[in-house]
Design a binder for this molecule. Sequence first.
Ligand code: NCD
Length: 360
Amino acid sequence: MSEPKYSHLIDLNDYPVEWWNKIIRLGATICAHPQRYVQACAGKIMATLFYEPSTRTQMSFQSAMIRLGGSIIGFDNPMSSSVAKGENLKDTTKVVSSYSDILIIRHPTAGAAKAAALTAECPVVNAGDGGHLHPTQTLTDLLTLHMEKGRLEHLTVGLCGDLLYGRTVHSLLKALSCYAGNRFVLISTPELRVPDYIRKLLTDSGCEYREETSLDAAIGELDVLYMTRIQRERFASEAEYLAQKDTYCLTPEKMSHAKADLAVLHPLPRVDEIAIAVDDDARALYFRQAKYGMYVRMALIMKLLESEEHLPVLHGTDDGALHCVNPKCITAKEHYLPQKFLCQHGRTVCEYCEERALPR
Ligand code: NCD
């Protein structure tokens, strides 16, 4: 498959930290002076292909493009598109990208954005690929910390809830581990610990981290608390979800043991892991965070549309000896995709989903 090259955003770690920092600084400037950017993308079209439900990611991207003077097309229910007739990801992406200047995709399957980028005729942005990654939520989180804490370094960050399936957690840990002096407290049940590859990444990057089951035990030491929803839709059975739901709930009582300058973040939607009464606490930043998401996406759209950097999508190799056994990987569904494998933190993993590959 010959690969057209554009500036895609599939994983933030495909770019150097300085690239993220530029987007965060531009996001902060746009936030302060939005009127300067009202024509920045005039005449450009953004397509949003949302194969999974979304409120904030989709609408913040859409309002970002409209605020930049551009226009939007797309679907938020694949069953109202030709996907309902059995069209594959390759064909939908190929055609819609030929109508647009930038394509934003959310999909329930890990590696789908990377697969889309292989055939797209414009830059592709990963707006969440299954339980894998969510890089634009991380840009949102980083802009929030930059604006509200004034730094991205030397923070003790607690992440609480569904650390296994929570793609925002994976992207955020990958990013924050690249800034100096950050420490992590990973608060979850044993069943919902972060995936192996994230633990290995933290160890290899030299970050201090510990795993903890009690939010009460950790809250007092945190500068940032990143709460997450238990990802019901990613469990193998309802019974497994029910066994995990309601494990953690941030309450005003718990907040009374936290630092005075704690920042409480949540990618939203909230289900019941933060009591409504916490919303009135000045340390609850999640609604402001959602608004920063729009400004950072304005910055990202501008950056990708003007970028001259054209990165290859696939970096891995395939000697025919390995295969990906992850049923939640896009390669399990779209069989025309070239299998590729990477050596990562001492293990060989599928390039699309980053799960361990096995011999054929
Ligand atoms: C998150 C997502 O879709 O991964 N939401 C978002 O994009 N703001 C978190 C979630 O759904 O729990």
